[in-house]
Design a protein around this ligand. Structure first.
Ligand code: SF4
Length: 325
């Protein structure tokens, strides 16, 4: 497999407040020096609590945000700081599916018009738009008579199918799925996940799948990265992460995932993380997790651990985990 997307030293800081001279008073470090690569055809899961920076990473990768620093390679080309004109050929190749299908669809547009929107921007002919929209509706499991209806006439699951059809309109290679099922009923979630999985197989798509639900991420992802307060704390294949969890934060997140068997669930030891996530404006010195980690020692409060390979392909940022070799 070859790399399709790579982030190197990615940083995204947002200014908070302004001085009289117009300079930012403080910086909210939403993403702070994150590096990873995604292989063609892979599903790369990104998990963490809300506010950990996972959505910001996704938005940077498809260049909805220009990062503060770092590099983003798409198919070998650094696109991190390209202007809008130079980005045009890449826009078609990278798309995003949003969390809330209702908020992301224009309520005044028909489904046909919503799905055709990216094709109109790309300058496609009317005839091609009509033909492609019919294909897409079929691909995502909607019916031709849905085309002239409006978003409010659909269920949450159907609206997410419209969002998926719109994202697929220009034949992208890479899609950021930003919590695509969080707003849906549990009964509908599996249908949308299966649809995304089928589409990946048929079209050779690559996904960055953002979620806070570790159950779903395990099912769909080849590899999973765990984020905490703007940094990546653990990265491994899906099986390895669940069988051999190494970072104290990942362990706590996993212990919160319910086990379907009520007996095993009752016996399970749950690790509660004390306290709230600190503000990304005012991160703790040293390890960002030190203010909540039950294993924190003096070293943790003084210096920040870097991501090191603890087992083949398994990377962890924790002073207590030995690096390989
Ligand atoms: Fe906990 Fe220290 Fe490891 Fe950070 S470096 S996760 S504070 S043990």
């Amino acid at each position: 497999m070859s790399t399709i997307v790579e982030a190197r030293g990615l940083k995204m800081y947002f200014p908070v407040g302004r001085t009289l001279g117009g300079k930012p008073k403080r910086l909210l470090k939403a993403v702070d020096d994150v590096s990873f690569s995604i292989q063609k055809g892979e599903t790369f899961g990104l998990v963490g609590e809300s506010g950990c920076g996972k959505t910001t990473v996704g938005r940077c990768l498809v260049r909805l945000y220009e990062p503060t620093d770092g590099r983003i390679f798409f198919d070998g080309q650094d696109i991190a700081h390209l202007g809008e004109k130079s980005l045009t050929p890449y826009r078609r190749r990278m798309q995003m599916i949003f969390q809330d299908p209702y908020a992301s669809l224009n309520p005044r547009m028909t489904v046909a018009s919503i799905i055709a929107e990216p094709l109109r921007y790309a300058g496609a002919s009317k005839a091609y738009q009509t033909e492609r929209v019919r294909e897409l509706v079929d691909l995502v499991g909607l019916k031709p008579d849905h085309l002239q209806r409006y978003p409010h006439e659909f269920s949450g699951g159907q609206r997410q199918r419209v969002g998926i059809a719109r994202a697929l309109a220009c034949n992208p290679e890479f899609i950021v799925c930003d919590e695509p099922i969080s707003a849906l009923d549990v009964s509908i979630q599996a249908q949308v996940i299966n649809l995304l999985h089928d589409l990946q197989e048929r079209m050779g798509l690559t996904y960055l799948f953002i979620a806070h639900d570790l159950n779903i991420v395990k099912y769909i992802s080849d590899r999973i990265a765990v984020m905490y307060l703007g940094s990546m704390v653990e990265l491994a294949t899906s099986d390895e992460l669940y069988a051999n969890t190494l970072h104290p934060y990942s362990k706590a997140l996993l212990s919160a995932v319910p086990i379907p068997d009520p007996k095993l669930e009752a016996q399970k030891k749950r690790q509660i993380i004390e306290g709230d996530v600190p503000s990304p404006i005012n991160k703790p010195k040293g390890c960002a997790f030190s203010s909540r980690c039950p294993l924190a020692c003096d070293k943790c409060r003084q210096s920040a651990p870097t991501l090191k390979e603890a087992a083949p392909g398994h990377f962890v940022a924790c002073h207590l985990v030995e690096a390989q070799g």
